[in-house]
Ligand binder design. Structure first.
Ligand SMILES: Nc1ncnc2c1ncn2[C@@H]1O[C@H](COP(=O)(O)OP(=O)(O)O)[C@@H](O)[C@H]1O
Ligand SMILES: [Mg+2]
Ligand SMILES: [Zn+2]
Length: 359
């Protein structure tokens, strides 16, 4: 799979500019912080970067291999020149295979309690076995319980000099301030379209694909600001042989059925109607579309009344949802008697815009 095969393996391959440059500077300075906080939404490279970092400081053939053990000379700053992991030495290789004894990954979503945290703290008191640093990567760090955080706090304050913690989270606001303030924050944010294009081109060069800039742009704008989603969408289009712009556009159009709700919330009636035209031209059926829209709206209705989880941020108000549901129900029952399949839906949409402007 592209997103795994072409996961960045060196600092230079990290496609988001800010975290890449920050990590570079920190590694080149030679004085390593003992705790990081990687913040950003899913698929922005937090885990990949944490592994690259762990390799860089434990690699047997870059500059770090030549500097003295940190435990012996904790104060002495070094200025490493070659900070990239080589990806070939035994340390780099076993970190890639997740079999290196000094790099420990913990998913806080499933190991969130005090006992797991205590176990981790105990582990952090051991000297490295095969590398220079023990690196603890704690994914979804915001899931740790408050007892767990309390236990971790002291260790984060004064960890052994051979230990580096990397906390990764999608929800930084759920992390206690006391924990945040002990870590160096690195913002992964959301992947920018230009950065996703950069990644797509990197993959295409490796995989020997020839794709136009227009298609790269289209993929990037439908990737939900995630490198992972971008790589997956590229692979999907390649597998289906739909990498020219027309084929890619109609494929992507079909995938994003529920985009219509977003358009209804934010854009004009003309845009909504042309979306329907486009949808139907590329082979989409109105019956399933209306069914799916009603399901979505039903979920939103329950969520706005606090009965169900809010899966998707709705841009429609409660009143608009109700108007739209009534109109779509009506359109649904008129489908069979309509000579042109899209007419009932189009009428519903036009009426929705009219009714909404009255309220
Ligand atoms: N900065 C990046 N540059 C290139 N590809 C990336 C980047 N970040 C993520 N990816 C792609 O997305 C996938 C998931 O990345 P991952 O590091 O697991 O993200 P996160 O931990 O933030 O969810 C990777 O396998 C890789 O293919
Ligand atoms: Mg991750
Ligand atoms: Zn190496």
């Amino acid at each position: 799979m592209y997103y795994l095969t072409y996961r960045p393996k060196t600092i230079g391959e990290i496609d988001n500019i800010e975290p890449r440059e920050t990590i570079k500077k920190i590694l080149a300075s030679g004085t390593l912080p003992h705790a990081f906080l990687f913040v950003g939404q899913k698929g922005t490279g937090k885990t990949s970067t944490a592994r690259i970092f762990a390799k860089a400081v434990n690699c047997l053939s870059n500059s770090f291999s030549k500097s003295p053990q940190p435990s012996q000379h904790p104060q002495q700053p070094q200025t490493p020149h070659n900070i990239e992991p080589c990806n070939h030495c035994s340390n780099c290789k076993s970190i890639d295979l997740s079999s290196f004894p000094d790099v420990l990954e913990l998913d806080a979503a499933s190991n969130r309690g005090i006992n797991e945290v205590k176990e981790l703290i105990k582990e952090s008191s051991y000297l490295p076995m095969a590398g220079r640093f023990r690196v603890f990567i704690i994914d979804e760090a915001h899931m740790i319980t408050s007892d767990g955080f309390n236990a971790l706090l002291k260790t984060l304050e004064e960890p052994p000099s051979t230990v580096i913690f990397i906390l990764a989270t999608t929800n930084v606001e759920k992390l206690p301030k006391t924990i945040q303030s002990r870590c160096i924050p690195i913002e992964f944010g959301r992947a920018k379209e230009s950065e996703i294009v950069h990644m797509l081109k990197r993959i295409a060069a490796h995989a020997k694909l020839s794709i136009t800039d227009e298609v790269y742009g289209l993929i990037a704008s439908h990737s939900d600001s995630s490198f992972r989603d971008g790589a997956k969408l590229l692979e999907e289009l390649v597998m289906l042989g739909k990498t020219d712009i027309d084929a890619a556009q109609s494929h992507i159009g079909l995938r994003s059925k529920n985009n219509l709700l977003v358009i209804l919330g934010k854009q004009t009636v003309i845009e909504a109607l042309s979306w329907i035209e486009e949808f139907s031209k590329s082979g989409g059926g109105c019956k399933t579309l209306i069914e799916e829209l009603l399901h979505e709206l039903h979920d939103d209705l329950l969520a706005l009344n606090k009965i169900g989880p809010l899966s998707r941020k709705t841009t429609l108000s409660l009143l608009e949802i109700i108007i739209l549901m009534k109109l779509l129900q009506e359109a649904y029952s008129n489908l069979r008697s309509s000579p042109i399949e899209t007419i009932p839906l189009e009428i519903a949409i036009v009426e929705f815009y009219n009714k909404r402007s009255v309220h």
